[in-house]
Design a binder for this molecule. Structure first.
Ligand code: GLV
Ligand code: MN
Ligand code: MN
Length: 412
């Protein structure tokens, strides 16, 4: 058990480091750190410095992720990490707090004392905000990404992920060189804020994640015809926004009426062109994000949304183009790793709650391939993906302490 004073100094360092990292943002309001931007590079330089000062050897991979290594007694690796990108006007904790916690865990150990090498990772582009996909580094490290695919993922300015990588000095053709030796990975662990209110409302300091929802994300382009809003009779219009409206309302209804409470559907982008008061909407760009712990329920909602869209498109003489940008199956966390964490929390006398995650995390694609676990810390008022996001530094320090305890037990 770490002494109270030590936990206090971990909390203090985490708070200071997260405050410093929050300045690497494109916006004054909240944190905006999209992949392959100057602010992302600045954050990475800062994390690299922190890792080096902690005694880790570091390297960057071709997807823009940063890795820090503490050698252990074998070729095996235990990996701890989270992402350093953010959403637009998000908070200072989502993702990057897990990287800072990982560095704090590594700080506690001397080289060659653990039964495996400790690898701390700052993943790039988990959110998928800029290019619409997500899990860029984690999928690349699992060998699940082809460089050709990266050309199909474009940002709002038409810059492809492939091109953005090249511009920032990454070589998309070399991502295959970074693939993890999966057979040598003893486990993966991610510390993350809960981003919901269950822990905060319960007053419990830690959540032990049992599983993560499966996700599907789409880009949709509905094309109709621009016409004069005053002179075009209602029966002669090809109004792209009417079909978009049917789609959005179906998404809301289809998810809400399902018995599975974890199924959610979100249309987060709706761009209307030409977007003027007196022209019939010629085209609409939408996104759809649907999630559930049950892949079949998630797929039913997706199918219902697109059936409604096709019906509305047919009735209004519209064309629809769809690109599925992300498909990830729901996962369960590794029972053995969960048992180790649970034992450490019991011995530390830290009460916790077992809960599933509605948010996506790098642990989602990773858990399908290697034993993975996650710890959540409470989010104040359940707020996340907004500037109000806040978690107590002491809660991060508790989670760090639990993982240190688990790793110490492992080496005995
Ligand atoms: C990432 O935070 C996501 O769940 O979309
Ligand atoms: Mn997020
Ligand atoms: Mn996150």
């Amino acid at each position: 058990m770490l002494e109270e004073q030590m936990v206090g100094s971990i909390a203090q360092r985490i708070q200071q480091e997260l405050a410093a990292l929050s300045h690497y943002s494109a916006t004054e309001k909240g944190v905006t750190r999209l992949p392959f931007t100057k602010e992302a590079e600045d954050a990475l330089v800062c994390l690299e410095k922190m890792m080096k000062e902690t005694g880790l050897s570091t390297c960057r991979d071709h997807s823009g992720a940063l890795h820090g290594f503490l050698p252990g007694k074998s070729e095996k690796r235990f990996i701890i990490g989270s992402h350093y990108d953010s959403v637009v006007e998000g908070g200072a904790y989502d993702g990057i707090a897990g990287v800072v916690c990982g560095i704090e865990i590594a700080r506690h150990f001397s080289p060659d004392t653990l039964p495996f090498t400790l690898e701390i990772v700052a993943f790039n582009d988990e959110e998928g905000v800029r290019f619409g996909g997500g899990f860029l580094s984690s999928k690349a490290l699992l060998g699940e990404l082809k460089s050709e695919e990266l050309k199909k993922y474009c940002d709002a300015d038409g810059v492809s992920c492939y091109e953005a990588m090249q511009r920032s000095g990454c070589d998309p053709e070399k991502i295959a060189e970074d693939v993890w030796p999966l057979e040598n990975i003893a486990g993966f662990l991610e510390i993350h804020i809960e981003q919901g209110a269950r822990l905060y409302q319960s007053g419990l300091p830690i959540g032990l994640v049992t599983g993560i929802v499966g996700m599907r994300r789409f880009d949709i382009e509905i094309t109709g015809r621009a016409d004069h809003a005053g002179t075009t009779p209602m029966t002669m219009r090809a109004d792209a926004l009417t079909a978009a409206a049917a789609f959005i309302l179906t998404a809301q209804k289809a998810a809400a009426e399902r018995a599975a409470p974890d199924v959610v559907a979100t249309v987060g982008v709706c761009e209307v062109k030409p977007g003027t008061v007196n022209t019939v909407p010629a085209s609409v760009h939408l996104t759809l994000d649907v999630r559930s712990l049950d892949a079949a329920v998630r797929d039913e909602v997706v199918d219902e949304c697109f059936a409604a869209l096709q019906k509305a498109a047919g009735a209004n003489d519209l064309t629809v183009k769809t690109q599925e940008k992300l498909t990830v199956a729901p996962v369960k966390m590794d029972e053995k790793l969960m048992a180790r964490l649970s034992e450490a929390m019991t011995e530390e006398e830290i009460p916790y709650m077992a809960l599933a995650s509605g948010a996506g995390h790098d642990a989602l694609p990773i858990a399908r391939r290697v034993p993975a676990a996650m710890l959540f810390v409470p989010s104040k008022d359940g707020c996340s993906h907004c500037p109000e996001e806040y978690s107590e530094p002491e809660d991060f320090a508790r989670a760090v302490n639990v993982v240190i305890h688990m790793l110490e037990d492992w080496s005995e």
